[in-house]
Design a protein around this ligand. Structure first.
Ligand code: C5P
Length: 299
């Protein structure tokens, strides 16, 4: 996580993610699903600005920086927002007496499967840990992260690629030097994560993501693209025609592979180069989509 500390003001970037492989293995008694997933951080980021406040209050102000198609997205400034939930949890557990004034600049759309809220929560934990001088050990922060959401620990781990298991909270960083260029798009509607999981059919035994892991290790981008897989995509397609529309749009691009990320509703393609990612984004925009980003996995 990248921090800048200017005159007691802390600035941090909260990156989005895409799921390159997502296997839903089984339904668990606690209502969650057992997963095996390969996740990559991407360069689309929210920004969190934190100022320590000597009053014990927590304030959140959200500024939206969205493309036109997402202008109706509402982001709460109440404790529904994972930034405030993370700050409250850390303050309660640490007995911290100071507060914080936080500004969140939102670029990552919500309910998109891009992990925006989870990344904001992880960034809040890490930034306040420093700003409040708590020096909480990483393991302790990871425990708090897992309480906040299944994807939050991934964003705390200092890694671009990871394999995540359990309900997604068990993070195994992957070492690879590969860099992927991606085009990401979203239509205006979001999808409820819980609803998409409810509609999915677990695959049973531990279907293997090993070939994807090997392709990442080898730096073999075409193979990574060929091996894309998301067990949530069928369920998401049944819940929203938007996913089928995006799939049809991406099929017209000469990308190496494409799929839904997480529980959707954002969709991405793996491109041959930075230039092709940019050209694909221009093409999608010319076809009427405005929420389109050309990005890379974080360098
Ligand atoms: O953990 P998180 O709060 O992000 O999960 C949101 C919802 O997604 C859960 O309440 C659950 O319905 C579903 N989910 C699941 N299995 C997972 C992760 C999430 O069923 N591994």
């Amino acid at each position: 996580m990248l921090f800048r500390n200017v005159e007691r003001v802390w600035i941090a970037q909260a990156p989005a993610k895409v799921n390159l492989g997502l296997r839903v293995l089984s339904r668990r008694p606690d209502g969650y699903h057992e997963l095996d997933t390969v996740i990559a951080r991407i360069s689309l980021c929210d920004t969190l600005i934190v100022e320590v406040d000597s009053s014990p209050q927590l304030f959140l102000h959200v500024r939206r920086s969205y493309p036109h198609a997402l202008r109706s997205e509402q982001i709460p400034e109440t404790s529904e927002n994972l930034v405030l939930r993370a700050a409250e949890l850390l303050r309660r557990r640490s007995g911290q007496l100071f507060g914080a004034r936080m500004t969140l600049i939102k670029r990552i759309p919500s309910a998109a499967g891009l992990g925006g809220g989870s990344s904001d929560a992880a960034t809040t934990l890490a930034t306040l840990n420093r700003a409040w001088g708590l020096n909480y050990p990483r393991d302790e922060l990871l425990r708090l992260a897992a309480e906040l959401g299944s994807d939050v620990p991934f964003f705390l781990a200092n890694t671009v690629f990871a394999r995540c298991t359990g309900r997604g909270e068990l993070v195994q960083p992957l070492s690879t030097r590969i860099r992927l260029w991606l085009v990401v798009a979203k239509l205006s509607g979001g999808l409820s994560t819980a609803a998409v999981y409810r509609g999915c059919q677990p695959t049973g035994g531990r279907a293997s993501l090993e070939p994807m892991l090997l392709a990442l290790q080898r730096g073999d981008v075409p193979a990574v693209a060929r091996l894309l897989r998301n067990d949530l995509q069928n369920s998401a397609e049944k819940l929203s025609d938007d996913i089928l529309s995006l799939k049809a749009e991406f099929s017209q691009l000469s990308v190496w592979g494409h799929q839904l990320t997480g529980s959707g509703s954002a969709y991405f393609g793996i491109c041959r180069s930075q230039r092709q990612a940019w050209e694909c984004s221009v093409k999608l925009k010319s076809r009427g989509l405005s929420a389109v980003w050309s990005v890379s996995t974080c360098a």
